[in-house]
Design a protein around this ligand. Structure first.
Ligand code: NAD
Length: 436
């Protein structure tokens, strides 16, 4: 099959490279010429484990191509994927569909022969209808079908998630499109991945329902953590105690500073907007959006309290800036709320992240960037762990202690044990676990 991928970001690039690895011929298009130049030179524009060799292999095998010219990709394609961004629209929180509609216009002008137009971007219910109308307007005689195929990959584990997914969801009622989609995903039949064919609107809603459910789960355990702190219980044991119940499941029950990232914040918000538009509010999601936003803001207060209530003139070493480990993605990262609040309270921030510092330097002001975790801790009045990168899980604690000006460590990811930290002489604060 010949595939065009419109949008070569976290989703488009990974999906394109994985489809190529399945044996399809894929051309990835992006408007951003610098991204395409980098890719042509073999440089990855994002950090995603394993992506560089996957891309290099498929480029060498002549199955994966990059271009800024949509015509080059779309003309001969059996399937054209729309994998452009759908950020929150400024002002009202609805999904901004301008990039999706822009891509639909381009596809309409360039497609040739029967073309399956696949929306991989996360889009509100009814967007497929709109994309179909846009294309139909330009090409009243066009032979095409618009399909919804939401993406569930997680940054940091994106290749594995794409190649060994829990399920693939395809929303279409067009038989020819169904066959093309079946052919594209046929390599997954080998590992018996469930492929769920649904109506298009159902498929669009599945993606939002999935993200909202996960956001509810995280927010639930975060509130349990707050309660644990008040009643002297341990949230990690609560998580394990409830997660072993098969109806609940143990994943997504790690308490932390509040969810961030490129999907949950915007998708939960967009779902509440859609639900309100249809006069069918999802009040549990409304609450989750509100609680999570407040939580990220409250985390600065937790750090200030751990430092004795006043951080003015103090230096805080920070480990991790990305919204989670194994990515350089800074979109809606908790660090973007927490660090400016600490600066506003008078603190100086010295931070280290293995991959996200370049991106962070565009989004955060007046941060000193360190070369490694120990440099971030050097002469700081406290150390704050914001992201659970593997390399922060087994730090040389004696070296950290010697580097710090104090013994205060605030671990917003619960990667250390309160007992071990107390034994080392740290004044250790974590989330939802009694201090020792
Ligand atoms: P991204 O911002 O990393 O990439 C989008 C790319 O599209 C950009 O490089 C942009 O230049 C390009 N683009 C925009 N309009 C274009 C056009 N007309 N032609 C060519 N290129 C164009 O976004 P992303 O994180 O890959 O997300 C894409 C979609 O996938 C979003 O709807 C998102 O919600 C969804 N999604 C993301 C993830 C994730 O983990 N990032 C997971 C699942 C679903």
């Amino acid at each position: 099959m010949r595939v065009a991928m419109i949008g070569t970001g976290y989703v488009g690039l990974v999906s394109g490279a994985c489809f190529a690895d399945f044996g399809h011929v894929v051309t990835c298009v992006d408007k951003d010429a610098s991204k395409i130049e980098k890719l042509k030179a073999g440089v990855m524009p994002i950090y995603e484990p394993g992506l560089d060799s996957l891309v290099a292999n498929n480029v060498a095998e002549e199955r994966l191509f990059f271009t800024t010219d949509p015509a080059e990709a779309i003309r001969d394609a059996d399937a054209v994927f729309i994998a452009v961004g759908t950020p929150s629209r400024r002002g009202d929180g609805h999904a901004d569909l301008s990039y999706v509609y822009g891509a639909a216009e381009e596809i309409a002008q360039l497609m040739d022969g029967f073309t399956v137009v696949v929306t991989k971007s996360t889009v509100p219910v009814g967007t497929g209808d709109e994309v179909e109308e846009i294309i139909r307007k330009t090409r009243p005689d066009g032979d095409f079908a618009v399909v919804s195929n939401p993406e569930f990959l997680r940054e940091g584990a994106a290749i594995k998630d794409f190649k060994i997914p829990d399920r693939v969801v395809v929303g279409t009622e067009d038989e020819r499109a169904r066959q093309v989609m079946g052919e594209l995903y046929r390599p997954l039949f080998l590992n018996e991945t469930p492929i769920l064919f649904t109506a298009r609107r159902t498929s669009e809603l599945i993606k939002y329902a999935a993200n909202a459910f996960l956001a509810v789960k995280i927010t639930f355990i975060n509130e349990m953590a707050d309660l644990c702190e008040k009643v002297g219980a341990n949230v990690q044991e609560v998580s394990r105690g409830i997660g072993l119940d098969g109806r609940i499941g143990s994943k997504f029950l790690n308490a932390g500073p509040g969810y961030g990232g490129s999907c949950f914040p915007k998708d939960t918000l967009a779902l509440t907007k859609t639900a309100n538009d249809y006069d069918s509010p999802v009040r549990i999601v409304d609450t989750v959006v509100e609680v999570n936003a407040a939580r990220k803001k409250a985390m600065a207060g937790k750090v200030i309290a751990a430092m004795g209530g006043d951080v003015s003139g103090k230096t805080i070493g920070v480990l991790g800036l990305a919204f989670k480990q194994n990515t350089d993605d800074m979109r809606d990262a908790p660090s973007l709320d927490i660090l400016p609040a600490l600066q506003a309270a008078g603190a100086t921030i010295k931070a280290y992240d293995p991959e996200a510092m370049t991106e962070a330097s565009h989004l955060l002001k007046d941060i000193q960037f360190a070369k490694n975790a120990y440099e971030a801790a050097q002469d700081a009045d406290a150390l704050v762990i914001l992201t659970e990168w593997d390399q922060f899980r087994a730090l040389d604690l004696d070296r950290i202690k010697a580097a710090l000006n104090s013994n205060v460590v605030v671990d917003l990811r619960n990667i250390y044990s309160p007992e071990d930290m107390a034994a080392k002489g740290f004044a250790y604060t974590s989330i939802g676990r009694p201090a020792v």
